[in-house]
Design a protein around this ligand. Structure first.
Ligand SMILES: Nc1ncnc2c1ncn2[C@@H]1O[C@H](COP(=O)(O)OP(=O)(O)OP(=O)(O)O)[C@@H](O)[C@H]1O
Ligand SMILES: [Mg+2]
Length: 337
């Protein structure tokens, strides 16, 4: 596998402005300084809770949305600084998309081959070459025997294969899939993952696949977990010593500034609040709770207040201001001012 990164995101930020009733805008920070890098030819999975920023990441990587801050490079393109026209060309020429409801964009009364031909024709291809290219694409997704079937005569998995064939039509350098198996049963989902893996190997195609399925780790090279718009952990396959067997290991990741996020469950388990002692040991670095640290403020209560503020932010700006006043008063009280 090539070790050159195709995708490099550093401190990537995406803020959406929501216009509330009453005219005041509220910001939603969908990506809050996300770092991720993907090698050429690598196939990665992206998991995370609903609203954690997975689709936003795909939309930025696919040139559908522009980053608000940080760096997003794909190949030679700096997605933050491309002109509108260059971004359109990037999306059209370099990226393939597969959506959860991919088949819904297809036309039920046309055959599989006609559905693939349609976008080829729209992109300017004409004549016999269109049919030949459609067949080639259907062969890639192993659907050549069903090419003459109307879409409504195909199963959900087969329809998704037609959508994948269309995503490959521009010979993309990057394939982005948002929950491609979300509407399929588990055995059909398995066949779609097998197909994506086969395309990744045969075409050397770099893939980023968003999924809610924690089992995705067995289908891809690496899984990155997103939490609150940041990279939280990575699960990688590690080869056992003196054997061909692999096992999956989940690792915490450092951000571009070298910061490490400690999983919340560990903070709770070891009753760690705001400060820790870091020591080196023969095995590595030990992070432990300081003994009798009077100034260690309970971080978890801050977290719940933050969550309260965020939920009030949705209700409107005046509520938000009240919430901020409350937290400022609380901070002053704690600082003894
Ligand atoms: N166009 C938009 N305008 C405003 N806010 C948005 C927009 N798109 C996403 N968001 C917000 O950004 C955050 C991240 O959304 P995103 O769609 O990336 O989450 P996700 O991880 O894909 O979730 P899911 O698993 O439910 O698909 C959410 O709070 C969402 O409401
Ligand atoms: Mg999503």
């Amino acid at each position: 596998m090539n070790t050159q990164p195709l995708i490099q995101c550093e401190n990537l930020v995406k803020i959406y402005q929501l216009n509330q009733q009453g005219g005041e805008a509220v910001e939603v920070q969908a990506l809050q300084g996300l770092d991720v890098s993907v090698r050429e030819g690598e196939m990665i999975g992206v998991v995370g809770a609903s609203g954690s920023g997975k689709s936003t990441l795909l939309n930025v990587l696919g040139g559908l949305d522009r980053p608000t801050g940080g760096r997003a490079h794909v190949g030679k393109q700096n997605l933050g600084s491309l002109s509108e026209r260059a971004l359109d060309e990037y999306r059209r020429d370099k990226v393939g998309f597969i959506w959860q409801h991919g088949a819904r964009n297809l036309i039920p009364y046309l055959t599989a081959a006609e559905n693939v031909e349609l976008p080829l024709t729209l992109s300017g291809q004409v004549g016999a070459s269109t049919r030949a290219r459609a067949l080639e694409l259907l062969e890639l997704v192993k659907l050549q025997e069903r090419m003459g079937h109307k879409l409504e005569e195909l199963s959900g998995g087969e329809q998704q294969r037609v959508a994948i064939a269309i995503a490959l039509a521009n010979s993309p350098m990057l394939l982005l899939a948002d929950e491609p198996t979300g509407e399929l049963d588990s055995s059909t989902a398995q066949t779609i993952y097998d197909l994506l893996r086969d395309l990744n190997k045969r075409l050397g195609l770099t893939m980023v696949i968003v999924s809610h399925d924690p089992g995705i780790a067995k289908h891809v090279d690496r899984v990155v977990a997103v939490r609150d718009g940041k990279l939280a952990s990575e699960t990688v396959r590690v080869q056992k010593a003196d054997s061909d067997e692999h096992h999956l290991v989940e690792m915490a990741v450092l951000d571009s500034a070298g910061r490490l996020q400690i999983p919340r469950e560990y903070l709770e388990e070891f009753d760690i609040k705001r400060r820790v002692i870091i020591e080196t040991t023969a095995e590595g670095i030990l992070i432990r709770k300081p003994e009798g640290d009077a100034q260690s403020v309970d971080h978890s209560s801050m977290v719940s207040e933050q969550a309260e503020i965020e939920s009030e932010a949705v209700q409107g700006p005046s509520k938000l201001n009240q919430a901020w006043s409350r937290i400022r008063a609380e901070i002053r009280k704690r600082l003894g001012r």
